[in-house]
Design a binder for this molecule. Sequence first.
Ligand SMILES: [Fe+2]
Ligand SMILES: [Fe+2]
Length: 493
Amino acid sequence: MAEDPKQTERPSTRQFLSSQGFDEDMAKKGKELVNQFYIFMKTAQIHDPTNVALETPVENVIRTLKGLWQWSDDVHLRLEGDYLFLDELKLKMDMDGFISFTSLIETLKQLRIGGILLKKSATTDELKRFVYILVQTDPGGKEPFERVIEQMKKMGIANIEIDPFEERKESFEDILRDAKEIAKSTYFRTMTAVAEVMDNIKLGQAVSVKRAKRVVQSMVDLLLQEESTLLGLTTLRSHDEYTHHHSVNVCILSLAMGQRLGYPKKKLTELGVAALFHDMGKASISPEILNKPTDFTEEEWQIMRRHPILGVKYIIKLKGINEMTIRMVTGIFEHHLNYDLSGYPKLDTKWELSLLGRIISIVDCYDALTSSRVYNRVPYPPDKALKFMLNKSGRAFDPVLMKIFINSIGILPIGTMVLLDTGEIGVVIQSSSNPERMDRPKVKVIVDPSGKEVDGDIVDLTELNEKAGQYRLNIQKVIDSTKYKIDVSQYFL
Ligand SMILES: [Fe+2]
Ligand SMILES: [Fe+2]
């Protein structure tokens, strides 16, 4: 008797492996590959192929590839839309990987490459030649993909293949889902743009902020539709990338304020770019000082206090100085000056602070307080930071702008953790739908009354109880997320 096919059907190898945590492992290796490939390309950009500096990056890529070749003879890294895939597995971009991901995606798109197939038989030498072709092909010329193929043939690369990039057709669902994704990718693209400018300053290379200006423009566009997502992303923190996150956060928060001030689009872009580069002067301060875990010595303070002036120096070196640059320069120069003109740089002439400077100094202080520059400092929760700053309103900060700032981020800013009267804990994910009840934002429940972390509902605290006509849920108190060791940024990623 023939066997029942259903009975004999076994789970596919793929399903089996997946159940064994294979996907997780592969995703991890995939991320490693992207990261190492990026470092390899970066190194190849500055060194010639015989340089010893190349050895470690090449070895790292090969080691990861060998790990992947254990599972399959071909490793296929593909680009689909704005995502990288390893075979069929979508690689999730995370905090430490964003620069490698976005840079590699950008390079591939520019060269019109949609995938790289690395066969098990590929040699180290082939890989090296391939990477040099990638970094040396001018993406600006005609048909870059064809030129890469041609070079690969010429160089005798037989075990690496590339596919052409195909523009993805978007479905309606894609567009809807993408609004949030676009906000995220804009955040990371802006971070990459800052990193790039800062790196160029460090290397003493020519600096252009064209790309940065473009990303700020897309941020301004997004602000109108996805403000809460963007504000939510300002809760992202990383000690290693402190300056970059801080720059993007200051940019987003300044834009939110500029919008409340009724700025037109052009002015918003100007404010955003100035905010994004307010700490540009830190590019030439050594990381040992910048990341010092203990207090600065007087000498180190002196170096730190120079960054507004250094920032001005870099900005005016940029090409195409115009009125916009001049206003930006002023804002950057002033960002550590207080409303009463104390602070630094020390002034010995009469001075009137610009609006840009006054805005940036407020959001700069708020972001610095709510994040931790160094490992050992516990950041302030949003409500405490606001209280602290309100106390200094009128002396350190422009009191009117301070009010507008609170108005734009809310008295319970996005990312604040609250205890509800049901015993649940939630995170503020969107400001109140009723501008008169700013104390009743939208909250996502993340801990149930028993103390278990949950992926709970989003509740609108302005909602009324049907029968009694009272609010359905109330905030009992604001809680300090740092004490609970909960990383609230995960709810916005
Ligand atoms: Fe600064
Ligand atoms: Fe700053």
